[in-house]
Write a protein that binds this ligand. Structure first.
Ligand SMILES: C[S@@+](CC[C@H](N)C(=O)[O-])C[C@H]1O[C@@H](n2cnc3c(N)ncnc32)[C@H](O)[C@@H]1O
Length: 450
């Protein structure tokens, strides 16, 4: 934290996308973290050049607290505590000072605002009734992350980054992580010489744990030494990233102990996920999203469906089963490594076509080759959304129903506007709190061609 910070007393206004609350000072907008709308706070302002269009700030003292303010469950992520110690709070739990109910209320306001401004529609008229917790969520919504990434600081301590900063904060717990990740007690391992660590745990009761030591800049032998000290039954691998990663097939995954992949079982389907290949992060996300997508698309026997940005085939498996031998399931995934997982995961379905490539080009190419049209689509793109080229390919595919799974309300809203101008209408939209204590949210929207 800079020692020459500009401290301002401000009243916090509306929430803004990205985990901020808007404040104003002499006409300039300041995006403030760690506050709650309505509060009177002191903020440490940074990025505060005179020419900057807007400034950023962190709450360091609360003068009038919101009724929704609670004690942060993770002292190292508590901005007030961190400010009193002259350090930055660790990132990753930036809503932990807000009651869960109010977090969901704020996310709902952000969703509506993004849909109005970028999607040009009032989502309350299209079925949006508020942000809901996934079924089975615990009362405190902790311990949900089945994937967590750590770094190692220059003193060999396990650390995480402060939000929007290169500063590293040494840590000894990660309350949002699945208990099996904390039970590894990685902070007690000899980590000197290692740069990054990613841990994944299967969401089942007997699920395995896989620790990946990322080898960029890592000292030879350091990963092997740390792996030997992991608890019995833990798998470990070293990942060398050669202009890519294991999940895109260009990295090299070297087994250190146990397996180099995890197994998952969701809604009666078994999946294998290699190394750092994509899998939904919240322990309840896979089942929650399959349920939403299947209920929106209601796939019938003999139909043709595409699963776009398919990952290891989470939605492809139940969809392939539903369309049966007479149907077609086209599963498109960009990362070669993850697509190889999809091939294995869908082996039992001859009606599944696994295609590796970018959706923007691959969807039309696969349909043209087969002279086929689609009945429906599910898409689950990365944070950047589908974009105009993919939307236009979806429109040309003939699909009448689209179930759109999104982890970013801004790109979802932009793609909504494009789908609507191409003749689709938003029939239903669910926003689910699959990232509690952070500003993120998951949306599942059903679009129908009219
Ligand atoms: C949010 S994940 C969804 C994966 C899967 N639906 C699931 O739930 O497990 C997005 C996936 O899209 C892939 N991807 C990103 N951009 C892509 C593109 N342009 N074309 C195809 N796949 C892409 C990523 O590799 C990643 O596996």
């Amino acid at each position: 934290m800079s020692t020459q910070e500009n401290i301002l007393k401000v009243r916090l206004e509306a929430p803004a996308h990205g985990g901020h609350t808007v404040a104003r000072h002499e006409g300039r907008v300041i995006f403030v973290r760690h506050g709650i709308p309505g509060e009177l706070v002191s903020i440490a302002v940074h990025d505060d050049g005179e020419k900057a269009r807007f400034w950023r700030g962190d709450v360091v003292e609360v003068h009038e607290a919101s009724e929704h303010r609670v004690t942060h469950f993770w002292p190292q992520a508590d901005s007030l505590l961190a400010a009193s110690r002259g350090v930055l709070p660790v990132g990753g739990a930036e809503f932990g000072h807000i009651s869960l109910e109010a977090q969901r209320e704020i996310k709902g306001q952000i969703f509506l605002e993004q849909m109005t401004r970028l999607g040009k529609i009032d989502a309350t008229k299209h079925g949006f009734t508020g942000v809901v917790a996934p079924e089975g969520e615990s009362a405190d919504a902790l311990g949900w992350r089945t994937r967590t990434a750590f770094v190692v600081d220059e003193k060999g301590r396990l650390a995480m980054s402060a939000f929007r900063s290169n500063d590293l904060v040494p840590i000894k717990e990660m309350p949002l992580a699945h208990p099996k990740i904390n039970e590894l007690e990685l902070w007690d391992l000899p980590l000197a010489g290692i740069s990054r660590i990613e841990v994944a745990v299967g969401s089942g009761d007997d699920a395995g744990v896989l620790v990946l030591f990322i080898e960029d800049g890592t000292v030879a032998g350091a990963a092997g030494r740390a792996a030997k000290r992991l608890p019995e039954g833990t798998s470990a691998a070293a990942l060398t990233q050669v202009a890519g990663s294991a999940s895109d097939g260009r990295g090299a995954l070297q087994r250190l102990r146990g397996r180099t992949w995890l197994s998952e079982s969701v809604a009666g389907h078994d999946y294998r996920i290699t190394g750092e290949g994509f899998w939904q992060i919240h322990r309840l996300a896979p089942a929650t999203l399959i349920e939403r997508v299947m209920s929106q698309l209601a796939p019938s026997y003999g139909t043709r469906i595409a699963d776009l940005y398919a990952g290891a085939g989470l939605f492809s498996a139940p969809l392939a089963k539903a369309v049966g031998d007479d149907g077609m399931l086209l599963s498109i995934e960009g990362a070669p490594g993850t697509s190889k997982d999809a091939l294995k995961n869908l082996r039992e379905f001859p009606q599944a076509i696994i295609s590796q490539g970018r959706v923007e080009k691959t969807l039309s190419r696969e349909l043209n080759t087969r002279k086929a049209k689609l009945d429906s689509i599910v898409l689950d793109p990365p944070r950047t959304g589908a974009g105009k080229a993919a939307v236009s390919a979806m429109v040309r595919s003939g699909a009448k129903k689209i179930s759109y799974v999104s982890c970013d309300p801004a790109s979802f809203a932009r793609d909504t506007a494009d789908l609507m101008s191409a003749g689709f209408r938003l029939e239903a939209v669910d926003v689910i709190d699959l990232y509690p204590h952070t500003h993120h949210m998951e949306t599942v929207g059903l679009f129908v061609r009219h």
